[in-house]
Design a protein around this ligand. Sequence first.
Ligand code: HEM
Length: 149
Amino acid sequence: MEYLDKVLNESMRMYPPIGSLNRKCTKNDVLLHGNIKVEEGTLLFIPVYSIHHDPIYYPDLETFDPERFSLEARQSRPKYTYLPFGDGHRVCLAARFARLQMKTGLVHVLRHFAVRTGDAGRPIKYFKLPVQVTPANVDFESVERKLVR
Ligand code: HEM
């Protein structure tokens, strides 16, 4: 189960179901990193997908490597570099429940089916709209066009 946990983490590192987060600044402030002024009312876009694919934090980022989530590896990364469930006051309310569900589902599949790797390359990709990480064979180009209209 410990390894399954790492596999789950690495899956959501490569394919975070929600690829970005939003926040609204409630008081004038200055971001610690970069000394950037942020005024009250400013909308902030947090690029989760890009953070999860930043080679500074995740070298060799296209390699699926559950060991990125060993205790030592996790402790070596700064805070907020892994955000599949968000963070802070509005963190996913059911993060633990969701993890339990995913693990239970996987255990059932692996117990009852033989699973092998496919040859489809990268099967999931990130779409700008609707800001979700989605199977690559879904025709989201047309969905994006409809949403923009
Ligand atoms: C893999 C499954 C899931 C993922 C990746 C996920 C991810 C997220 C993310 C990224 C947020 C926004 C957090 C933020 O802005 O900091 C969120 C919020 C939330 N999630 Fe999930 N979620 C999952 C499953 C679930 C499930 C199963 C439930 C309910 C049974 C749930 C309930 C909620 C609720 C209520 C919020 C809003 C929390 C708030 O704004 O105070 N999520 N989730």
